[in-house]
Design a binder for this molecule. Structure first.
Ligand SMILES: [Zn+2]
Ligand SMILES: [Zn+2]
Length: 207
């Protein structure tokens, strides 16, 4: 709660203020303000549909950046202190990580014609972490019906650190070989990847 309210909310608000100021003063939105235009509305709807994909892509690359040697212990380790996660763990981040994480709205600065798209993008970033860190594996309703609660995919990142950097929506972890689905085979593949990395590091140092 401390990191969310004292760092997350001010950083989120600063991005919002810059966004609205930019749109209101014609620096963003390319001056294309005719809400009557059909093309305008089609593009706005396309961007709303694309927003979760933009979120996942941006999250993956920002997160990988935070896992580099230079940034991990300084900034991202704080989020990984959450081993028994709950909704407030989602935005429990270092202020620098908040700046990186909420910069997803910058993508909409480049694409959006209307501030509603930028607002939607940053709202996704603000509220999804509470869901994806809810701590629940399943929500059951009666005997026969259950929904996935939280994000097992991201829980595995909190457990193993070096896998599942992105969201489950885009297959970047599959693509870059960092996918973990919780199976014994995926666990073995992760250990092998880490072993190979340590080995390569040792060889580089020895050379
Ligand atoms: Zn997390
Ligand atoms: Zn991480």
């Amino acid at each position: 709660m401390f990191h969310t309210l004292l760092s997350g909310v001010p950083v989120f608000t600063a991005y919002e203020v810059i966004t609205y100021w930019g749109f209101a003063n014609g620096f963003l939105g390319y001056g294309f303000s005719s809400s009557a235009s059909v093309g305008f509305w089609i593009w706005a709807v396309v961007l709303i549909l694309l927003a979760p994909v933009i979120h996942s892509l941006h999250f993956y690359f920002g997160h990988r950046l935070l896992h580099t040697k230079l940034l991990y212990s300084r900034f991202h380790a704080l989020h990984h202190h959450n081993v028994d996660i709950g909704p407030w763990s989602g935005l429990s981040m270092h202020p620098v990580e908040h700046v990186v994480y909420f910069s997803t709205v910058v993508v909409q600065w480049l694409l959006a014609l209307h501030p509603i798209n930028a607002l939607y993008q940053i709202q996704l970033a603000a509220f999804l972490p509470a869901l994806s860190h809810s701590g629940f594996e399943k929500v059951t309703m009666g005997k026969n019906f259950s929904l996935d609660g939280g994000s097992h995919f991201h829980y595995l990142h909190h457990k193993h650190f070096e896998c599942n950097y992105g969201g489950s929506l885009v297959p970047l972890d599959h693509l870059f070989g960092t996918y973990h689905d919780g199976t014994v085979e995926a666990d073995a593949a992760l250990r092998e990847r880490l072993r190979a990395r340590r080995q390569a590091l040792r060889e580089t140092r020895a050379a």
